[in-house]
Design a protein around this ligand. Structure first.
Ligand code: NDP
Length: 481
């Protein structure tokens, strides 16, 4: 059966589907490689048209009462949840991720984010500052046109995570999905219009990196929020600096998961599975360096290898499938090269390996050293590297010995140790006795090379707004002459 997911047009500008006038962009289903849609990139003029539409829509959108903006986001969330099955199917075609995941993780997380910021809308206020007889106040104002640029692993969730705080604050947005996964953001644009959002508030352009670069440097753009790799983040941050644009950078990681010998072993193994193999390992916050305290190392690895046997690799549209294909042959090749490098460096392959075709099975390396590439580089695939340690101080020191700082986890039954270790870890998001849970209520983001700014929670509002201070003179003006 041939699958088709052709959208009405490739771009969405000023409330309308618009065909891209640039190069063809075939969208392939990662499982079979078949082309499920053919889109066209935006030209530089079309990127500019999207930014012009976003700028023009800004003043009226920002002038609405926040609760009205929130109501529209809330309606969009309700539409998403009502159509979750259909949207999950599309997300699976776009990404290759199993439908068992896309039904529960992708659009539902996007909807939760829209609901959260819909509720927050009416609470957005400034501050009143008494100054004796005089006083001052602050106004929290939108930045203007925000550019959102997404990665391919959670395309619809990323679009919602960026749009919700931006739009609720009265900004408008031009969003560019990854060229690998262009379909979800177009659906979001349609849903927003259906929910009553004015044309031009949320626009979508498609294309490869150059289209993203044109967007970042467009003079109308006041803020850039990128989810992507560190090298792209560096380029985008530098380009944004030229116009003194605000940035949020959600970048890559090589996060540590530290398991002490008093941990609940079964839970720690479950967390290691979630931290490495969900979405076939294509998750930025994955705990890919698993530090095991010496005494439990072999038991942990044996149990992990046993549990991994139950993985169900195969057709992503089969609800029983728990492990899907890698997004593209090129990405699969990069992961395979990383696995081969681990073997060549002398690490022990506990289970998994290079796999076949689009599939790479859950892969576990042990007896690695901290300087092997499997322990230093982000692989962005289902590859876990186990390292062993003797004591707490050593574990924290080695966990922090990386340029990345996105996330970290610790498993222990010792309450004080858990909090002490977390306090010492250089990471933006930490988990104690669990891993990779990112509810919208909790800020999410990285430190060091893993990024700047925070998504989700009330903290995200700070990254999509600026303060205006207003001094109010209540008496006469005293001048020296
Ligand atoms: P990339 O960095 O390759 O691309 C990210 C986005 O930036 C894509 O839309 C890409 O377009 C675009 N882009 C590329 N070059 C430029 C440029 N010069 N100017 C503007 N935009 C540009 O990342 P991937 O898509 O490969 O995603 C994987 C990476 O994302 C991993 O490193 C992962 O850790 C990180 N990530 C981080 C998350 C976080 O929240 N911290 C969450 C998810 C992923 P195109 O793809 O069309 O080239």
């Amino acid at each position: 059966m041939s699958l088709s997911a052709q959208p009405p047009a490739s771009l969405f500008i000023d409330g309308q589907p618009v065909e891209g006038q640039g190069a063809a962009l075939p969208v392939r289903y990662a499982y079979t490689g078949e082309v499920i849609a053919t889109l066209h990139e935006a030209t530089t003029d079309q990127v500019a048209a999207a930014c012009t539409a976003a700028r023009a829509a800004g003043p009226a959108w920002a002038a609405l009462a926040p609760v009205e903006r929130g109501r529209i986001l809330g309606r969009a969330a309700a539409i998403i949840l009502a159509r979750n099955d259909e949207l999950a199917w599309l997300e699976t075609l776009d990404t290759g991720k199993p439908i068992s995941e896309t039904r529960v993780a992708d659009w539902p997380s996007g909807a939760a984010c829209l609901e959260y910021f819909a509720g927050l809308a009416a609470t957005l206020t400034g501050q009143m500052i008494p100054l004796g007889a005089d006083w001052a106040y602050t106004r929290r104002e939108p930045l203007g046109v925000c550019a959102g640029i997404g990665a391919w692993n959670y395309p619809s969730q990323i679009a919602c995570w960026k749009a919700a705080p931006a739009l609720v604050m009265g900004n408008t947005m031009v969003f560019k999905p990854s060229e690998e996964t262009p379909l979800g953001a177009l659906k979001l644009a349609e849903i927003f219009i259906e929910a009553g959002m004015p044309p031009g508030v949320f626009n979508v352009v498609q294309g490869r990196g150059e289209v993203g670069a044109a967007l970042v440097t467009n003079p109308d753009v006041a803020k850039v929020s990128l989810t992507g790799s560190v090298p792209t983040g560096r380029r985008v941050y530098a380009a944004a600096a030229d116009g003194m644009r605000h940035v949020t950078m959600e970048l890559g990681g090589k996060s540590p998961l530290i398991v002490f010998d008093d941990a609940d072993l079964e839970d720690a193994v479950s967390a290691a599975i979630l931290a490495n193999f969900y979405s076939s390992g294509q998750i930025c916050s994955n705990g890919t360096r698993v530090f095991l305290q010496e005494g439990i190392k072999e038991d942990f690895l044996a149990r992990l290898a046993e549990r991994v046997q139950a993985v169900h690799m195969g057709d992503p549209l089969d609800p029983a499938t728990t492990h899907g294909p890698i997004i593209s042959p090129a990405q699969a090749e990069k992961i395979r090269a990383a696995i081969r490098a681990g073997q060549a460096a002398g690490a022990r392959l506990v289970c998994g390996g290079v796999g076949e075709g689009a599939f790479i099975p859950p892969t576990v390396f042990a007896d690695a050293t901290d300087d092997m590439s499997i322990a230093t580089d982000e692989i962005f695939g289902p590859v876990l590297t186990a390292l062993s340690f003797v004591d707490e101080a050593e574990a924290v020191l080695r966990a922090n010995a990386t340029g990345f700082g996105l996330a970290a986890g610790v498993f222990t039954q010792d309450l004080t140790r858990a909090h002490r270790v977390v306090a010492g870890l250089e990471a933006g998001t930490c988990w104690i006795n669990t891993y990779n849970l990112t509810p919208v209520e909790m800020p999410f983001g990285g430190v060091k090379m893993s990024g700047l700014g925070r998504e989700n929670s009330a903290a995200a509002i700070e990254h999509y707004s600026q303060l205006k201070s207003v001094y109010v003179g209540m008496g006469g003006v005293d001048a020296p002459y």
